[in-house]
Design a protein around this ligand. Structure first.
Ligand code: AMP
Length: 586
């Protein structure tokens, strides 16, 4: 296998890394920068720009420039440009393609595999959208991992003593704080909190406002009303802010920013670190509540933290570092660049996954990082159907309970067949565990209430239990990673799911349709009973005939044998019954 790249697909900036000679290094962009703005632009003449070039032309082309697309991942956001509709996955894919190209240029060879990071709080849909973006960009996404987990890996914290670590991540537009627990090579995110709208961009806004206000007081011209001037001020504000991370004063110089009757006007100001702290003090203060919440959710006090890691460009601001020190009572670790460590951790994981083991652990075990379930988990239900309880790519640990009942009257035993795979029929998936549940009280079918729970812990160990809610009786099975599918089997299962997607689609449609038909038959029968006396006999007979026909087709339905014609016939019979039954009671 070739090189695996680690990608931090950020809200403001993205970063790509690779492991070379046992060390994670940052891959520079074609402009030489170590991070790439997560900005995509479409020029009027049909060109697409990504990164620095896209960001630079924002001033002249704001309507066709897209930034912060990460905030839209997993939503229905779309944007139409020159007749084409762009979704968040596609825009993110353009950023990923640029990083892939930069990596290929740097390495001098094609890059196929990647590990991409996402915030720990990203849900399944957002993770899947990120994976899809990777696929669109032509990348084989080996793993989607949590950003704080990745940061911890860049510090090599996954081996050695067990630790509790706080990852304080303040970027351009978002703030995330996570408490992670590292023990025996297992990294678990214990709690996360944050503020989705807090970051360095807000600092820049405050500084820009202050600059414009100084100019207004001197010249009585409000530069905020002039779009181009506003953009120049924003850029100067960010630049000055960055300078103040190492110096105590910065000069802001913007020649020809406006003009009045006397001629062109220039902006020239001295900006100090004290002034910066005054302007952004309350914004920094907003990091306090999420830190307190994350610690409370993790059930630990700050004094129990072994380490505090700084992530995100905005943690370079000295007042931010001071705030972290004050909140945690600890000197934060900062020997790795805060805007690079997430990508580096992802590259390290990528290298470990492909066997180019960078991380050698005393125990000789491989690193356990079960962030998401690779395939869906189901149980077999009536008619040999795989009924899903956990979707593929669900972040773990995860627990889910669903209520089931018996299919036959007087049934006292049920078999719980636990399946892994994407296909709708049980026998097309792999059985990874099985157990019998005995002693169900005799009753009519559909009466017993049995809760089936899937519980996957941080180590990827799955416990499946079934509990009879009437008797309280419980049976369970524990399935460890070794019982489940190997990576090759998982890949095969995914390929099968794709290959059979047309047949499986018909089966799924058929299954959903039979459910609807059964409900319609039941409902129509009840209404016929109620209204029989008031109805014309001929009408009654006509509806009864439609009910029988739909009943015939529904009872004949076998998911594993169904064809598109069967589904169509059932759909037509259903529509006929809906039309005729619509007149009951009219
Ligand atoms: P990130 O999203 O982690 O790339 O962080 C981007 C944010 O970090 C932007 O708001 C940058 O202005 C800010 N940033 C980058 N470098 C510095 C620096 N040296 N001092 C202060 N802020 C910085």
């Amino acid at each position: 296998m070739g090189n695996v790249i680690g990608i931090d697909l950020g809200t403001t900036n993205s970063c790509v890394s690779v492991v070379e000679n046992g060390k994670a290094v940052i891959i520079p962009s074609d402009t030489g920068s170590r991070t790439t703005p997560s900005v995509v632009a479409f020029s009027k003449d049909g060109e697409r720009y990504v990164g620095d070039t896209a960001r630079r032309q924002l001033v002249v082309n704001p309507d066709r420039t897209i930034s912060s697309i990460k905030r839209q991942m997993g939503t229905n956001w779309s944007m139409k440009i020159d007749g084409s509709l762009y979704k968040p996955q596609t825009i993110s894919a353009y950023i990923l393609m640029k990083l892939k190209q930069d990596a290929e240029k740097y390495l001098g060879q094609t890059v196929n595999d990647a590990v991409i990071t996402v915030p720990a709080y990203f849900n399944d849909t957002q993770r899947q959208a990120t994976k899809d973006a990777g696929a669109i960009a032509g990348l084989n996404v080996l793993r989607i991992i949590n950003e704080p987990t990745s940061a911890a890996m860049s510090y090599g914290l996954d081996h050695g003593d067990s630790k509790k670590v706080m990852v304080f991540d303040l970027g351009g537009g978002t703030f995330d704080v996570s408490i992670i627990d590292i023990a025996d090579g297992i990294i678990e995110v214990m709690a996360t909190s944050g503020d989705n709208h807090l970051g360095g961009d807000d600092f820049d806004e405050r500084i820009a406002d202050w600059i414009a206000e100084q100019f207004r007081q001197e010249h009585r011209i409000d530069l905020r009303k002039d779009f181009a001037a506003r953009q120049r001020i924003r850029e100067a504000a960010e630049q000055a802010k960055k300078e103040l991370s190492s110096a105590t004063t910065a000069q802001i110089n913007l020649p020809y920013i406006a003009k009045d009757r006397s001629g062109p006007l220039h902006l020239d100001l001295t900006f100090t670190r004290d002034k910066l702290n005054e302007l952004i003090g309350d914004l920094i203060g907003r990091t306090e509540a999420p830190v307190v919440n994350a610690l409370a959710d993790a059930g630990i006090s700050a004094s129990k933290l072994d380490m505090v890691l700084l992530v995100g460009g905005s943690t370079r601001v000295p007042a931010v570092k001071d705030k972290v020190k004050k909140l945690t009572g600890k000197e934060p670790s900062q020997n790795i660049n805060p805007d690079e460590c997430v990508a580096m951790g992802a590259a390290i994981l990528g290298s470990t996954l492909t066997g180019n083991a960078l991380i050698s652990r005393g125990t000789g075990q491989s690193l356990m990082l079960f962030d998401v379930t690779p395939l869906s988990l189901s149980i077999e239900t009536m008619g040999g159907v795989a009924t899903r309880l956990i979707e593929r790519n669900t972040t773990i640990p995860f627990k889910y309970t669903k209520e089931f009942t018996t299919a036959s009257p007087m049934q006292t035993t049920i078999e719980v067949n636990v399946l892994q795979g994407e296909r709708p029929m049980a026998h097309d998936n792999k059985t990874i565990g099985k157990f019998m549940m005995h002693g169900i009280r005799r009753s009519n079918s559909g009466m017993p209430r049995i809760n089936v729970t899937f519980d996957i812990d941080a180590n990827g160990i799955l416990k499946v239990s079934a509990q009879d809610l009437t008797t309280g009786k419980m049976q369970s099975v524990t399935i460890t990673a070794s019982d489940r599918m190997s990576d090759t089997e998982i890949e095969q299962a995914r390929r099968d799911a794709e290959m059979y997607s047309a047949t499986d689609g018909i089966r799924k449609d058929g299954l959903a349709l039979t459910d609807e038909c059964r409900r319609l038959i039941l409902d129509t029968d009840n209404r016929l009973k109620e209204q029989k006396k008031q109805m014309y006999k001929a009408k009654y007979r006509e509806i009864k005939k439609d009910v029988s026909e739909l009943e015939r087709l529904t009872s004949k339905f076998r998911a594993d044998k169904v064809t598109a014609q069967d589904v169509d016939a059932m759909r037509q019979a259903k529509e006929r019954l809906e039309a005729s039954a619509g007149s009951i009671g009219a």
